[in-house]
Design a binder for this molecule. Structure first.
Ligand code: ARG
Length: 455
């Protein structure tokens, strides 16, 4: 390809080192689509003859079909997917193939291909996330009336509907979808026509190509068009945040599945046994999702580090953008494909959650609120309840069975109705503030989430 300037072929190891075909071959369809649009533009502008462009389009269509049918294999010796397809085209149609690269460089070509590829993949991932959100909403619906302890500092804090805990994740994932959409929106401009870095002397029509490829516009600076990869960083960062959410969810599932909690039971299809301990049922899938989160963070760090010292415009370092971004993308897809059915088939052990909610004085806030609603300043009520909790612990009671006579020693405001007020059911039912933990609020959240996704 460099014939002319060079007298010697590239050293074999250097050649392999330089080649990106083993990972950029996945962009073959986008490369072909981009070339077709480019060729049509060249014909429309009178830069190439219609005859040449017809041959180019025909040739590219044939290559696409042959790759898809498996008839044409990628040549591992090719430098990259762009060179491979152009070379194959020239093999098939001769000189016209050599004309395709007029008013174009691999620099704007690769910037175009990645955008096209990521745009498609991002949509696929959005679909997977939305599917997970809907599965979570279904689980939450199942758990609307299940009372569970909620935690702060991993200490029992307040009773909630278990559906509320699940819906917290649905909200996070909904924002992840928003972040991916935002990234795609910014990514969706065509860099083609930036050429090597400075644009071209040919009378091209960049807007025509952009429109054909479904972009909302073109990049406004040719150096920026070929140099930047912030769209890879942005999308991978959205993936990193998504993985962070899945990882936190995984951590809870791992805890909840343990004998110490037994709040949920994962389906056999999503757990593994031990090679030595017959009693084991391990939540490997959730652990792997948690583990793979580090990998996606690594991809994000690789991208940021790769770009931070690069002078404008294109540098070969930038070839590293693809492996990192693709790895993040593949990891996210893999995780979602396992995570969603794992949640869908997860059994909720309502009885164990209720038992756990009964211990640990998680209705203490409600007891303080009881006094405050009768006129005592909240801080004073808080202090009294603290003393009562200490007494109960010492004497082996919980708030629900501590005698009224004992309560009365702390305040005359205590009446028989306190027991109803601090019953777990009441505590949860009454957390009716907007976005609160009551079944009513959870039902509203489910409706909101379903409405947002299904429109
Ligand atoms: N394989 C290259 C990459 O992925 C394509 C661009 C090559 N451009 C160049 N000037 N060498 O970045």
């Amino acid at each position: 390809m460099w014939a002319g300037r060079f007298q010697k072929a590239l050293d074999k190891k250097a050649d392999d080192f330089n080649s990106s075909i083993r990972f950029d071959c996945r962009m073959y369809a986008q490369d072909i689509k981009g070339s077709m649009a480019h060729a049509e533009m060249l014909a429309k502008q009178g830069i190439l003859s219609q005859t040449d462009v017809d041959a180019i389009i025909d040739g590219l269509e044939g290559i696409l079909q042959d790759i898809e049918s498996g008839k044409l294999q990628f040549d591992p010796n090719a430098e990259d997917i762009h060179m491979f397809i152009e070379g194959e085209l020239t093999k098939r149609i001769g000189d016209a193939g050599k004309r395709l690269h007029t008013a174009r460089s691999r620099n704007d070509q690769v910037a175009l291909d990645i955008r096209l590829y990521l745009r498609d993949k991002a949509e696929e991932i959005v679909g997977l996330i939305e599917n997970l959100i809907l599965v979570i909403a279904d689980k939450a619906e199942e758990a609307v009336d299940v009372i569970a302890p909620a935690y702060t500092h991993l200490q029992r804090a307040q009773p909630i509907s278990f559906g509320h805990q699940l819906m917290a994740y649905a909200m996070m994932l909904l924002r992840d979808v928003g972040r991916i959409h935002d990234a795609v929106k910014r990514m969706n401009v065509s860099p083609l026509g930036s050429c090597a870095l400075a644009g071209t002397t040919y009378n091209t029509d960049r807007a025509f190509v952009a429109k054909k490829l479904g972009f909302s516009g073109v990049t406004k600076n040719s150096i920026d068009g070929v140099s930047d990869r912030d769209f890879c960083v942005e999308l991978t960062s959205a993936f990193a945040i998504l993985m962070m959410h899945l990882s936190r969810f995984s951590e809870e599932i791992i805890l909840w599945s343990s004998w110490e909690f037994k709040f949920v039971e994962l389906d056999d299809a999503y757990t593994t046994g031990s090679s030595i301990m017959p009693q084991k049922k391990n939540s490997d899938m959730a652990e792997l999702v948690r583990g793979k989160t580090g990998r996606v963070y690594g991809d994000l760090t690789a991208l940021l580090t790769m770009l931070k010292g690069l002078p404008l415009a294109y540098n070969k370092d930038m070839q590293e953008d693809k492996e990192a971004t693709f790895d993040a993308l593949d990891t996210v897809v893999m995780c979602l494909e396992v995570f969603t059915p794992m949640i869908a088939t997860m059994k909720i052990c309502a009885g164990n959650m209720y038992k756990a909610a009964q211990k640990g004085f998680i209705n203490a806030t409600d007891l303080a609120d009881y006094l405050a609603k009768k006129g005592m300043p909240f801080r004073a009520a808080y202090k009294i309840v603290g003393q009562i909790v200490a007494e109960c612990i010492e004497k082996g009671y919980v708030l629900d069975d501590y005698p009224l006579s004992e309560y009365k020693k702390h305040s005359e405001l205590f009446e028989e109705d306190l027991y109803k007020e601090i019953a777990l059911e009441t505590c949860v039912e009454k957390r009716n503030s907007e976005g609160g933990a009551s079944p009513k609020s959870v039902r509203e959240q489910i409706l909101y989430v379903r409405g947002t996704i299904r429109g």
